[in-house]
Design a protein around this ligand. Structure first.
Ligand SMILES: *[C@@H]1O[C@H](CO)[C@@H](O)[C@H](O)[C@H]1NC(C)=O
Ligand SMILES: *[C@@H]1O[C@H](CO)[C@@H](O)[C@H](O)[C@H]1NC(C)=O
Ligand SMILES: *[C@@H]1O[C@H](CO)[C@@H](O)[C@H](O)[C@H]1NC(C)=O
Ligand SMILES: *[C@@H]1O[C@H](CO)[C@@H](O)[C@H](O)[C@H]1NC(C)=O
Ligand SMILES: *[C@@H]1O[C@H](CO)[C@@H](O)[C@H](O)[C@H]1NC(C)=O
Ligand SMILES: *[C@@H]1O[C@H](CO)[C@@H](O)[C@H](O)[C@H]1NC(C)=O
Ligand SMILES: *[C@@H]1O[C@H](CO)[C@@H](O)[C@H](O)[C@H]1NC(C)=O
Length: 516
């Protein structure tokens, strides 16, 4: 196959995706029997255009009868109205990558993150069948995907509890939807996929993932589902989940087809199947197989899987990798975060015990809502004067992917080398030291140590990022490869068909430069 044909295969899959997906993001789940240290592991990206920033949320207490505003506005593709629901009396501490814009979904938004009880949640789109989406009331009301993820971080002590919390919210308020969404919720023991369906019918389904499971959501999916799920500890769902499908003629209890959630409630356009539909370069099945080929998994391997040029491109707002262990002090729970797609940025370790996020990883106007139509609020004068880590690594991405054959292997080696150094230091003194301090009742000092390390690692990453970008820039310019834009269209018109990726010119089935 010629290179041109290989490229067009990738472009075609991407075009196909863009007609289907309104919002994407990857999630990888690995059961604890498939990891080196027996932890449950999860990785993911957030594929949102908008500005992203890392934020720590401390635990909060609320007065009785406090409420929370949820839902979407009239600006959403499926318009809605915001409603008030009861706030919890107490919310837990969590770490989240926040983002600023998804049509009619009020900012700040989140795909999820990690809380002090070791519950990790991510959302991934999962479109529903057209008839169901068409049933969505106008205006619709309910809790939106980001709010569901946030509420799980705020209120859940286990993954199962997270599912029950979403279930109760779905039963009572339903989801304010853009067409169907899943959440992956995990803790040290297990994972769950929860699918909230469009249509305003309060429909949802959840499947437990066990010790030997690998699940990649892109999009999210659930397949065969027991009709008598109420009696199973591995499934949960809306009480009318089966009955509604029968009433609509979407499933025949007398027929010979099993009750398959994807087939009954999912979007099967273009004959899409659960493990082979709606994807970008690799199907869910291929991603799961590629992950399984790496067992036993550890964090380094999951970073490598996630950093694949078929996964992490310019659409990837950030990357995360977490392993969820038994018996970890809440301050010691660790989340690896790459500031923009992990293909171009190193993972930096953050602990729940970290006391602050440096301004450089905080909110900036780059890609922020309204930034091009309003001047800066003076309140943000200092914040905006600080450098922005996401912007640094976008520069690395754009130069690197201008000549991936030469630059990608070198940059990858440097990013991995940087992470290797972090792994060594964490094991040698950071976590060991923090644990000793905690054991000796010096929790504040432990938190200072963790804060010091995360901050200095971020600053070091920025320094390296700037050095790499400068080196690539020099190489591009000095070798005559700089290209001035030919036109005046700096945005892609929302088509997503011109995304910067390092996959250009490569066969997605074998994305290695050794194929030449
Ligand atoms: C763990 O996985 C291995 C294969 O990787 C399998 O042989 C073994 O039975 C599993 N153990 C448990 C407890 O499920
Ligand atoms: C909370 O609401 C209930 C019923 O609406 C009311 O009886 C009660 O006084 C309220 N409590 C507070 C502290 O406002
Ligand atoms: C669950 O089990 C009980 C008794 O074991 C049975 O009466 C009930 O019908 C079952 N429910 C479902 C939904 O299968
Ligand atoms: C299922 O039933 C249909 C007719 O209702 C039949 O044509 C088909 O062969 C059956 N499939 C299987 C696998 O039994
Ligand atoms: C879906 O599958 C059917 C039966 O195999 C085929 O006739 C049809 O062309 C397929 N549609 C698409 C969009 O691929
Ligand atoms: C990183 O560490 C792994 C072993 O954990 C090693 O195989 C790899 O070569 C190292 N890479 C770099 C760039 O240091
Ligand atoms: C992207 O799509 C738009 C609209 O469909 C089209 O005008 C444009 O030429 C496409 N760009 C590329 C690079 O394919």
């Amino acid at each position: 196959m010629s290179l041109a044909m290989r490229y067009s295969t990738a472009t075609l899959s991407l075009l196909l995706l863009r007609t289907v997906a309104v919002k994407a993001s990857y999630c990888f789940y690995v059961g604890k029997n498939l990891t080196v240290d027996g932890s449950v592991m999860v990785a993911g990206t957030g594929e949102e255009v908008s500005g992203h920033w890392l934020q720590l949320f401390s635990a909060q207490d609320y007065p009785p009868n406090a409420t929370l505003s949820v839902g979407v506005t009239e600006d959403a593709a499926l318009p809605g109205k915001r409603i008030q629901i009861p706030q919890a009396q107490h919310t837990y501490r969590y770490l989240s990558m926040e983002y600023s814009d998804f049509e009619g979904f009020p900012a700040p938004l989140t795909n999820g993150g990690l809380n002090e009880h070791g519950v990790y949640v991510r959302d991934v789109w999962a479109q529903n069948r057209e008839e169901l989406v068409a049933m969505t009331p106008n205006p619709q009301a309910g809790v939106n995907y980001g709010e569901l993820a946030r509420i799980v971080m705020e209120r859940a002590r286990t993954a199962r509890e997270g599912v029950e919390i979403i279930g109760r919210l779905m039963d009572e308020y339903g989801e304010a939807t853009y067409g169907g969404n899943t959440h992956l919720i995990a803790d040290k023991d297990e994972g769950w996929v929860v699918w909230e369906f469009a249509g305003g019918k309060h429909l949802w389904a959840a499947e437990r993932l066990g010790d030997n499971d690998i699940r990649v959501l892109y999009p999210g999916y659930i397949e065969d589902f027991p009709v008598n799920f109420a009696n199973s500890s591995n499934y949960m769902g809306a009480p009318h989940l089966v009955e509604f499908a029968i009433q609509q003629g979407w499933w025949d209890p007398q027929g010979n087809r099993s009750f398959n959630i994807w087939e009954v409630y999912g979007d099967t356009n273009n004959n899409a199947t659960a493990r082979n539909g709606g994807y970008k370069y690799m199907s869910q099945a291929e991603l799961e197989d590629a992950t399984r080929a790496m067992i036993p998994l550890n964090e380094k391997k999951l970073m490598e899987r996630h950093r694949d040029i078929r996964i992490a491109d310019d659409q990837s707002g950030y990357g995360q990798v977490v392993s969820l262990h038994e018996g970890i002090d809440p301050d010691m729970r660790r989340l690896w975060v790459a500031s923009t797609g992990a293909v171009a940025a190193p993972f930096v370790p953050w602990w729940l015990g970290v006391q602050s996020i440096p301004p450089e990883a905080g909110l900036h106007r780059y890609l922020y809502d309204q930034a091009s139509s309003e001047f800066l609020n003076t309140d943000y004068q200092y914040q905006e004067a600080s450098e922005f880590v996401f912007r640094i690594f976008k520069r690395v991405l754009y130069y690197m992917c201008s000549n991936p054959h030469e630059y990608h292997p070198i940059v990858t080696e440097m990013l991995v080398g940087f992470e290797n150094q972090s792994f060594i230091e964490i094991e040698a003194w950071v976590e060991r030291g923090a644990q000793v301090l905690i054991d000796n009742d010096e929790r504040d000092s432990a938190r200072e140590l963790l804060t010091y390390y995360s901050h200095s690692r971020l600053y070091k990453a920025m320094e390296i990022g700037k050095t790499i970008a400068a080196a690539l820039e020099s190489h591009v310019k000095l070798t005559g490869h700089w290209k001035t834009p030919r036109g005046d269209l700096i945005n892609d018109g929302g088509s997503g068909n011109a995304t910067v990726t390092c996959l250009v010119g490569l066969n997605p089935d074998r994305p290695k430069w050794d194929q030449d």
